[in-house]
Design a binder for this molecule. Structure first.
Ligand SMILES: NC(=O)c1ccc[n+]([C@@H]2O[C@H](COP(=O)([O-])OP(=O)(O)OC[C@H]3O[C@@H](n4cnc5c(N)ncnc54)[C@H](OP(=O)(O)O)[C@@H]3O)[C@@H](O)[C@H]2O)c1
Length: 163
């Protein structure tokens, strides 16, 4: 089976906080715009909690193939439900575009070892959270691109073993 590269896209503080109370601790429209720009016309894979955290008008995330991984969720309009990661990757193969794992923590933990490209928005302020991105072993990654924004720094990393 040919498997596409797996991208991970996340926004986190320097302490790796990504969420609190089932939601995102900050509201940074510029970061949301970047997320949209990067993921549009591609495939987004997310865990059930992340799907449930989306506002109704963004379910499914527009102009993207939405795949939800869940063992319990019933049919959701406009989205594919997969019962595990392998099933999600097989389904993703049928659609155009790159694969983006968009969270949450559960998915990031499972997909980080499988991923080749990281898109991280490093949020400059500190926030209290209850959900964290897994520790990243930066020895395995090289910075490909950095873009500075007022409230965050976007960095794209490539897995070193690709070269
Ligand atoms: N800052 C960011 O970039 C960012 C991005 C996304 C989300 N978030 C935040 O992260 C938090 C949510 O993260 P989370 O870790 O609680 O939830 P999550 O990863 O979105 O979803 C976890 C759920 O997904 C399903 N799942 C995960 N792996 C599975 C597998 N291998 N097989 C079958 N089902 C699987 C399970 O649902 P079932 O119980 O149905 O099996 C599990 O309970 C929220 O606060 C959200 O706002 C932050």
């Amino acid at each position: 089976m040919v498997i596409k590269d797996i991208n991970i896209i996340a926004a986190m503080t320097n302490d790796r906080v990504i969420g609190i109370n089932g939601s995102i601790p900050w509201h940074i429209p510029e970061e949301m715009k970047l997320f949209k720009q990067i993921t549009e016309n591609n495939i987004v894979i997310m865990g059930k909690n992340t799907w449930e955290s989306l506002p109704e008008k963004f379910k499914p995330l527009p102009n993207r193939t939405n795949i939800i991984i869940s063992s319990s969720l019933g049919e959701q309009k406009g989205a594919n439900i997969c019962r595990n990661i392998v099933e999600a990757l097989i389904i993703a193969k049928n659609y155009n575009g790159q694969i983006y794992c968009i969270g949450g923590a559960g998915l990031f933990y499972q997909m980080l070892p499988l991923s080749q490209i990281l898109h991280i928005s490093w949020i400059k302020n500190s926030y209290i959270g209850d959900t964290y991105f897994p520790a990243i072993d930066f020895k395995q990654w090289i910075k490909k691109e950095t873009k500075e924004f007022a409230e965050f720094t976007y960095v794209q990393y490539l897995r070193k073993s690709r070269d």
